[in-house]
Design a protein around this ligand. Structure first.
Ligand SMILES: *Cc1c(COP(=O)(O)O)cnc(C)c1O
Length: 396
């Protein structure tokens, strides 16, 4: 009874007031569990309206337990988590940091915030994540050129983990530290372990389009309590322990609000359901499009299970009879949102001056790749609409 009421309320919350019955299908909209209002009300009524409080503490504990990493720090964004990760590792001006080129700009921006310089590494066509062999060569190459290479930012793409056994070997060989950009991979696994425990530090995002959301927020996790304690201090303006305001290093205002942490707890409680729903949607797209010529899917790596945050297809324009952009426009014409796969960083005007190892694999994925609506509340009927519109784009 309570459960049914909760579901109805959740459904009402998802539909904007006054929207027609056939509404726009978004790429990855928020999906309330139904407990958000109750927990946010508690945050308000208890008057913990601050970037600290009992919901922040509980959210950190609950996420830490779920990902199996001892220490967690709730922050205002995934980008802030990446920035603090690199900062507490001592990365700064004069250092170089390797980064997956196929990613969202935040991964590389965080490197620039520290004053360090990124260099980009192509992905492996079999996983769409950073190519470990190429990374090995790239670090050696930058070292030979005199660069002080200090760290690697490895990005778990569209909910699929990188091959961390291979990356850890490369990083150990070159004595560089590994940072996991797990913004897209909460709920995924690598060799049976939850995503987030594969590197010295990992960053999650709870932005509105991610698998669970606080409307905006992030979390930094790590096994080393000193690193997380330092990040915690930096996230609150780096106050020294003193009754007055005492500062000896540059701090930031990066903490998560207690109100948003309440939202996060309501969302985290249903993470398992959300992963199952997205994986089901992914499997259903594969089944529905199995006979579509020239359409293939992002491969699932054998070493783990992705959270299927976004389902991505590759379009062979000759075989399908339309290219990726024609399909995107055909979907948009019937009010369905789809997005090209991330434009690689080495092709971005902002990062065009930085070194890149390889680049053709990710450039081709950008040219041919399309992310389809993948929200965990997507109904079969809505998904059928997406598939019909996609097929109609072919001029065959
Ligand atoms: C979303 C995302 C981020 C940034 O997270 P925010 O919470 O939006 O700051 C970083 N890296 C990747 C790969 C992302 O997808």
């Amino acid at each position: 009874m309570r459960g049914a009421r909760r579901e109805r309320r959740a459904r009402r919350l998802r539909r904007p007031v006054g929207s027609p019955s056939v509404s726009r299908i978004y790429l990855s909209p928020p999906h309330p569990s139904g407990r958000e209002v109750e927990l946010v009300r508690d945050a308000i009524e208890s008057n913990w309206l601050a970037p600290l409080g009992p919901h922040v503490d509980a959210f950190e504990r609950e996420l830490s337990a779920l990902v199996g990493v001892e220490n967690a720090l709730a922050l205002s964004s995934g980008t802030a988590a990446l920035h603090l990760a690199l900062t507490v590792l001592g990365i700064g001006a004069g250092d170089e940091v390797a980064c997956s080129t196929l990613t969202f700009a935040a991964s590389a921006n965080a490197i620039r915030y520290t004053g360090a310089t990124p260099f980009f590494v192509d992905c492996d066509a079999a996983t769409w994540t950073i190519d470990a062999a190429l990374l090995d060569e790239a670090i050696a190459g930058r070292r030979r050129a005199g660069a002080r290479v200090r760290a690697v930012v490895a990005v778990d793409l569209y909910g699929q983990c990188c091959d961390y056994d291979a990356l850890q070997e490369v990083c150990a060989g070159h004595e560089v530290v590994l940072v996991q950009d797990a913004a897209e991979s909460l709920g995924a696994t690598y060799r049976g372990a939850p995503s987030g425990g594969q590197a010295a530090l990992a960053a999650f995002s709870f932005n509105g389009n991610k698998i669970i959301t606080t409307s905006g927020g992030g979390m930094l996790v790590g096994a080393d309590p000193d690193l997380i304690a330092h990040a915690r201090k930096l996230s609150t303006q780096a106050r020294e322990p003193a009754p007055h305001y005492e500062h000896s290093e540059i701090g930031f205002n990066y903490r998560l609000s207690n109100v948003l942490a309440a939202l996060g707890r309501a969302q985290l409680a249903v993470l398992g359901d959300r992963v199952a729903a997205r994986r089901r949607i992914n499997a259903r797209y594969r089944a529905l499009l199995a006979d579509a010529p020239g359409i293939s899917f992002m491969p699932e790596a054998p070493y783990g299970t992705g959270n299927a945050w976004l389902t991505c297809i590759l379009v062979d324009p000759e075989r399908f009879g339309a290219d990726r952009e024609a399909i995107r426009l055909a979907l948009e014409a019937v009010d369905i949102e789809a997005r090209p796969v991330w434009k690689p960083m080495h092709l971005q005007p902002l990062f065009s001056g930085y070194p890149v190892a390889g680049g053709d694999v990710s450039a081709r994925l950008f040219e041919r790749g399309l992310c389809l609506p993948s929200g965990s509340a997507l109904s079969d009927a809505e998904q059928d609409r997406v598939v019909a519109a996609l097929r109609s784009a072919s001029c065959r």
